[in-house]
Design a protein around this ligand. Sequence first.
Ligand SMILES: NC(=O)c1ccc[n+]([C@@H]2O[C@H](COP(=O)([O-])OP(=O)(O)OC[C@H]3O[C@@H](n4cnc5c(N)ncnc54)[C@H](OP(=O)(O)O)[C@@H]3O)[C@@H](O)[C@H]2O)c1
Length: 284
Amino acid sequence: MAAAAGDGATRRKTACVTGGSGYIASALIKMLLEKGYAVKTTVRNPDDAEKNAHLKALAALGPLEVFRADLSEEGSFDHAVAGCDYAFLVAAPVALMPENPEAYSVSKVLVEKAACAFAEENGVSLVTVCPAVTVGEAPAANDLTSVGTILSLLSGDDAYAGALEHIERATGSIPMVHIDDVCRAEIFVAEEEAASGRYIVCGLNPTVVEIARFLAAKYPQYKVNTDRYAPMSWPWFRDFPEKPRVCISSAKLVKEGFEYKYNNLDGIYGSVVEYGRALGILPY
Ligand SMILES: NC(=O)c1ccc[n+]([C@@H]2O[C@H](COP(=O)([O-])OP(=O)(O)OC[C@H]3O[C@@H](n4cnc5c(N)ncnc54)[C@H](OP(=O)(O)O)[C@@H]3O)[C@@H](O)[C@H]2O)c1
């Protein structure tokens, strides 16, 4: 980072990360603290000791302040962002399986448009980071959004597996990225003065068929149902191709100098199975 932890000559930079009880935010807070930032984070309920236990542990890595803030309360983030060099706006209601399957995607577009309009009106420099389905271990040990989905073929959770299949139907593949690469990309575009506009962060575009085969071979103890995608299966499942119809590109980010650490299924799934066991999503 530009300024290391202060010795008088250099100033420790301060970053606000909203939604510190969440999956991606908790990993981003950890990475920022490890890089020498002072971090301010927000949660809706600072008194929830169980949900915020990881924040208490992360405070051992560096200066970490926790504020109460709710997106539905105008001005409630003002204290947390005041005086910060960067604000990472990560808090958002995430519903991967709403009644209307398009609702989540539409909400993301509307939020991004509103943020861009606000930034332009108020002279704020805004860069948008759009991660693919995020995979990997994080400090937060709550019921986490994408973790249940990407582990669904191992856990046998049909509802989450349906959410995974919906992503492939809607997108043409399962665009994936490791959580470390998401956090590294967030910090990369924040620190890079020339960064502007929006950046897609996607390390890999496998199909659900490729993921099912990979997991079945690597974790035979979980009995992945690869027959679900076999040519003789129900018509509903038969239309899953071997190879992606569409690959999401993050060429803009790479062209500007970002390097992915994880770009294959082995690396991306890495320690997430162990994490899923610790969260109770998978049996030991
Ligand atoms: N995980 C992925 O694969 C993925 C992929 C692409 C984009 N994203 C985006 O990345 C962001 C974080 O996702 P995530 O997976 O880390 O989700 P998450 O674990 O559910 O975290 C979301 C956070 O937002 C907070 N939040 C929800 N409603 C709020 C409100 N009204 N006011 C203030 N805070 C609120 C939650 O706080 P509480 O603890 O108070 O509920 C939670 O800490 C979201 O914008 C999501 O759409 C995620």
